[in-house]
Design a protein around this ligand. Structure first.
Ligand SMILES: NC(=O)C1=CN([C@@H]2O[C@H](COP(=O)(O)OP(=O)(O)OC[C@H]3O[C@@H](n4cnc5c(N)ncnc54)[C@H](O)[C@@H]3O)[C@@H](O)[C@H]2O)C=CC1
Ligand SMILES: O=C(O)C(=O)Cc1ccc(O)cc1
Length: 305
């Protein structure tokens, strides 16, 4: 048992918060865990399934005396939550988050926090297409990366948060804010957008029936449908708040897509073959380097000029 914080407060009780709670219980990482969710229905569910030691009816009550407060709401809601809880935070507390985007969260949260409260951003690179308090499980973060974005936060608060995520099963890697948002645009945000688009295309194509889509879908398309079932609020907020990085990667993606489209139109098989050979080598390189493909090494992700 590794108790890292005496009291932890989770604001927003969905997939990530509930997984954190079960992982904290497994590790004994916190003395007491309080929780708050906006809807009465979610709070009732949390109480029924034993999620959190104490479910509170306000965020203000949940954060009182907490040593660590983790914002587990969609990224577009983080600023308003921070503003509401700020006057009630304990002096010396750490506020963190689990948001998929960092620059906008830091800009929305930090200005509200009192001087004696540190903000250390965190982003567990683990999730599923499910959401809500009943979708969490204790092993979600095992052997997955948790990206830590201190952005000038004190070293002791940062190390303590890393220790905490380690107790929850994750491996931590520190990252600069803007690099975080660019890397996540490449490895997570744009792949989600592509999945949403591909499933939308199949849905629009009246010559292919829904039954055929289900009946003949191979593994690749099935993965797309799983990803495209992800929470619409969460993903709307990701694209609304990571505009620059997602537009940059989307621009590069469409350039390459048009090049491949042209190769198909003019019958340039060599171009296609060379491209597919290059991408195959990238995946093989990752595997040969001993990287678990479930937990890529983000230091390896490079955006070429
Ligand atoms: N789902 C995933 O795979 C991953 C999600 N994240 C990030 O974690 C955060 C939470 O995501 P999930 O747990 O998946 O979401 P979820 O939809 O399962 O849970 C979100 C919770 O926040 C509550 N909420 C929404 N707006 C609120 C507001 N204004 N005030 C208070 N509570 C509010 C909801 O009622 C719900 O309890 C997001 O910022 C997301 O970007 C990070 C890694 C993976
Ligand atoms: O379910 C999947 O495939 C994911 O990609 C999970 C995920 C979603 C959002 C994140 O910010 C991090 C991880």
């Amino acid at each position: 048992m590794t108790q890292v914080y005496d009291r932890v407060a989770l604001i927003g009780l969905g997939l990530i918060a509930s997984s954190m709670f079960w992982a904290m219980k497994r590790a004994g990482a916190a003395g007491e865990v309080t929780g708050f969710a906006r809807s009465q229905e979610t709070r009732d569910t949390a109480r029924r399934i034993g999620l959190c030691d104490r479910v509170c009816d306000s965020a203000i009550e949940a954060v009182q005396d907490a040593d660590l407060v983790v914002l587990c709401v969609p990224v577009g809601a983080m600023g308003a939550v921070a503003e509401e809880i700020a006057p009630y935070l304990k002096s010396g507390a750490t506020v963190s988050d689990v948001g998929s985007v960092k620059k906008s969260v830091i800009e929305a949260v930090r200005p509200h926090l009192p001087e004696k409260v540190d903000f250390v951003g965190a982003h567990p690179m683990a999730g599923t297409e499910h959401s809500g308090p009943e979708s969490g499980f204790a092993t979600l973060f095992d052997n997955r990366w948790c990206l830590i974005v201190p952005d000038g936060a004190p070293e002791d608060a940062t190390q303590k948060l890393e220790h905490f995520w380690h107790a929850l099963g994750a491996n931590c890697e520190r990252m600069e804010v803007e690099h975080h948002d660019l890397v996540c645009a490449v490895v997570s945000h744009i792949p989600h957008l592509i999945a949403y688009t591909m499933v939308g295309v199949a849905d629009d194509l009246s010559r292919v029936s829904d039954q055929e889509v289900i009946k003949y879908s191979a593994a690749g398309f099935r993965d797309f449908t799983r990803i495209a079932a992800s929470d619409p609020t969460m993903w709307r907020d990701v694209f609304m708040t990571n505009k620059d990085a997602t537009l940059e990667i989307l621009g590069r993606f469409t350039e390459e897509l048009f090049a491949l489209q042209r190769a198909i139109r003019i019958g340039d098989g060599d171009e296609l073959f060379d491209y597919f050979t290059r991408t195959r080598a990238i995946r093989r390189g990752i595997i040969e380097a001993g990287q678990d493909t479930e937990a890529p090494d983000f230091g390896r992700v490079k955006v070429h000029e």
